[in-house]
Design a protein around this ligand. Structure first.
Ligand code: ASP
Length: 322
């Protein structure tokens, strides 16, 4: 098997072959999820804990559904908006949960790097469900599956990632994944929302949205992450929509068959016109949600196989079973 990772903390360490393995397995789960009876047994007997220190709709619910459909015992820890802090408290939480013998720990945290830190303290497989501005690997993988299905391939495409790049882990993970699969990525948005150092990342950067969308195959819109902004990054929402919001006129500059994506939650009328978001001929936003469940099933399935193999090898070698 080409997927060897113990954790899924980001797309950065994944090889193109591992990405393809995961997407191919996810395809089988798309088929399973479309059946009336949606049960598999890949996670039978395993315990999955979802630990979300930040609010989530799609990611948490799809991880929960993914675990349940594959037979895991799933527990959701409701820590969003609580007073849990980083540092010792996070480690204490990790150690407490570790003592409950989970097999899969799905973690979202507002601090970049917090999930990696947590992974170093536990015995189970850890999946990053979004850490600060750092990475959101399952989002990039579900986006990749959506693109591959809509375009028939995942290479040599021009992908415009537009909006609040600076605060977006979705942009970062997508940029890395799409780059690994040999696509042409453009970052499009106001200079105030472009990360420092982006010029060295080997992708095109456009402040002018019209130039950025020219002949694009994929238009990926991002939410303005107001919760991560501590100052005036945009003139006004009205002005922002006028210059960087996706409307029919700007979309007309992309390829005629270009698809429109958004990870959600959407701010209609701020970064995207509601009519475009709802246009089933252009928008694949609902497909992204569907692919999210399948990709998370595949990710947990692959990590569980590696975990079982590791435990089996340890038991065979006379080591302690963890
Ligand atoms: N849901 C995505 C994330 O958690 C995108 C967003 O919140 O704008 O990063």
């Amino acid at each position: 098997m080409t997927f060897r990772a113990r954790h899924l903390l980001g797309v950065e360490p994944l090889a193109p072959a591992e990405i393809t393995t995961l997407l191919d397995l996810a395809e089988t789960y798309v088929a399973l999820n479309r059946r009336t009876v949606k049960h598999g047994d890949a996670l039978e007997g395993l315990t999955q804990i979802n630990l979300f220190f930040e609010a989530s709709t799609r990611t948490q619910s799809s991880f929960e559904l993914a675990g349940k459909r594959l037979g895991a015992d799933v527990m959701n820890m409701a820590v969003a908006q609580s007073s849990v802090k980083k540092g010792e408290t996070l480690i204490d939480t990790a150690l407490t949960l570790n003592a409950m013998q989970p097999d899969l720990l799905v973690v979202r945290h507002p601090n970049s790097g917090a999930v990696n830190l947590l992974a170093s303290k536990v015995n189970c497989a850890v999946l990053n469900a979004g850490d600060g501005r750092h990475e959101h690997p399952t989002q990039a993988l579900l986006d990749a599956l959506t693109i591959r299905r809509a375009k028939g391939r995942l290479h040599r495409l021009t992908v415009a990632i537009c909006g609040d790049i600076a605060h977006s882990r979705v942009a970062r993970s997508n940029l890395i994944l799409l780059g690994k699969m040999e696509n042409r990525v453009r970052l499009v948005g106001p200079a105030t929302l472009m990360p420092r150092g982006a010029a060295d990342w080997g992708c095109e950067i456009h402040e002018d949205m019209r130039a950025g969308l020219q002949d694009a195959d994929v238009v990926m819109m991002l939410r303005l992450q107001k919760e991560r902004m501590d100052g005036g990054f945009i003139p006004s929402e009205r002005e922002y929509f006028h210059r960087w919001g996706l409307d029919a006129e700007k979309l007309a500059l992309a390829k005629p068959d270009a698809i429109v994506m958004h990870p959600g939650p959407m701010n209609r009328g701020v970064e995207i016109d509601g009519t475009i978001a709802d246009d089933i001929n252009r928008s694949v936003i609902q497909d992204q949600v569907e692919m999210g469940v399948a990709v998370r099933m595949a990710a947990m399935d692959l990590l569980a196989r590696n975990l079982r193999a590791e435990r089996g090898a340890r038991a065979a070698g006379g080591g302690v079973y963890v």
